[in-house]
Design a protein around this ligand. Structure first.
Ligand SMILES: *Cc1c(COP(=O)(O)O)cnc(C)c1O
Length: 406
């Protein structure tokens, strides 16, 4: 493990909050930063590409409200997310994804007016037909397909190999029978979310192969012609999310301008299509902070440890992804005790939480100028897959505070 300096730049408004905060640990979300970031993404995308937000990255109500006017829709991946997002955003278009949708969830989706169902299997398509008959509603369908695409340098691959997600191409063909017999199912196109952590070049390569497959499939299926259950609308291709967030180099963000330019070329090459993306992490990560206080600093057999309030039960992201969460130390001059402040200086320090497990590590071998008990540590890139993927109840420590900068 190489040492890396704790040099994450911390914006003034985040510092300001950290120093004034009555309660730490706290999650802080800078909503203005979030909106500005999404506007940048939107501006980089061609007009014809729709931007949807994958709610599972961060479904907190203020985050959803900040995003509502800036995205074309929100993708939900469970009945719970469906209920929650619909309650927070009564009129935003929703797409319903995820494996193992239950009959009750499909009915709830139809009643809630879900704009697109991302169907994961033939059985699920039949359940959706049943739910449509029960509710008297029509379901707009994208078939999720697991394409045999070579994925190169992928961090987390969900497709192109055996996977619980989506249909094999042969399964897509089998769904035609169900679609043919069910006028209440309207096939709109395909959904392809194959991988996470791809840079712009890899995303474009994947998009190009996906589109080529989709267009040729739609041609073979006589799109908008002979295939029953197909509306005369354009072929929709949802290219999924998975745009990389580089936790080792936070300043290197996903190259949206290059990706947007590439998508513009692909869109021009396939004029009859509607393209859609649904990123989560790359939208939400940067605006969120996890702020906490150093409780103790000690040396164990030559290695320095800072024990922080909270830990991976609040922010499981580094444990889940196996990275060091980028951070900075914010010095606090006050020290209330009459003895010397525990400290480490100009050395690598491992930042751990309060859990009784060696896995409770937020960042390893962080090279600090100085870290003392009572200082504050600001962890960045904590806006996506943070609190909501963490095991909150393990050891029964109190939850963090939540604060949203408007
Ligand atoms: C998780 C997920 C996303 C978002 O992925 P990110 O890596 O957060 O961009 C998009 N679509 C589907 C179907 C997902 O499951």
């Amino acid at each position: 493990m190489k040492d890396h300096p704790a040099t994450l730049p911390v914006p003034a408004r985040v510092r300001g909050y950290a120093h004034a905060a009555a309660e730490l640990p706290a999650y802080l979300v800078d909503l203005a930063d979030l909106r500005a970031h999404v506007r940048t993404i939107r501006a980089a995308l061609p007009e014809r590409v729709q931007l949807w937000y994958a709610a599972k990255a961060n479904s907190e109500a203020p985050v959803l409200r900040a995003l509502a006017e800036l995205v074309d829709g929100v993708e939900v991946s469970s009945g719970g997310e469906l209920r929650h997002v619909r309650a927070v955003l009564p009129s935003t278009p929703l797409a319903f994804s995820g494996p193992g949708k239950t009959p009750a969830e499909l009915v709830a989706g139809l009643v809630a007016g879900v704009a697109r169902f991302h169907v994961e299997s033939e059985h699920e398509l039949r359940l959706l037909a049943h739910a449509a008959a029960l509710t008297g509603r029509t379901a707009q369908v994208l078939l999720r397909v697991n394409l045999p695409v070579p994925l190169g340098t992928v961090v987390l691959a969900m497709g192109g190999r055996p996977s619980p997600f989506g249909l094999d191409p042969a399964g897509v063909a089998a769904c035609r029978t169900v679609l043919a017999g069910t006028p209440a199912l309207r096939l709109r196109g395909l959904h392809v979310h194959l991988a996470s952590g791809l840079d712009a070049a890899d995303q474009l390569a994947l998009a190009e192969q996906t589109l080529a497959w989709a267009v040729s499939w739609a041609g073979a299926a006589s799109w908008a012609g002979e295939l029953p259950g197909v509306d005369a609308g354009p072929l929709e291709v949802n290219l999924g999310g998975g745009m990389a967030v580089d936790y080792r180099r936070p300043e290197q963000r996903f190259d949206w301008p290059a990706y947007g330019a590439g998508l513009a070329r692909l869109a021009a090459a396939h004029p009859g299509t509607v393209l859609r993306i649904e990123p989560g992490r790359s939208v939400a990560a940067y605006c969120g902070w996890y702020l906490t206080r150093v409780l103790d600093v000690k040396h164990s057999h030559g290695t320095a440890f800072a024990v922080l309030a909270g830990g991976t039960h609040h922010l499981r992201t580094p444990a889940a992804k196996g990275h060091d969460q980028p951070c900075a130390v914010l010095p606090v001059p006050d020290w209330p005790w009459p003895w010397q402040r525990p400290a480490a200086q100009a050395e690598p320090v491992t930042l751990v939480g309060q859990l009784c497990t060696p896995k409770d590590v937020l960042a390893r071998a962080v090279l600090v100028d100085r870290i003392r008990a009572g200082d504050v540590v600001a962890f960045g890139l904590a806006g996506g897959y943070g609190w909501n993927i963490s095991h909150h109840d393990f050891l029964m420590h109190p939850p963090p505070a939540f604060h949203y900068l408007p």
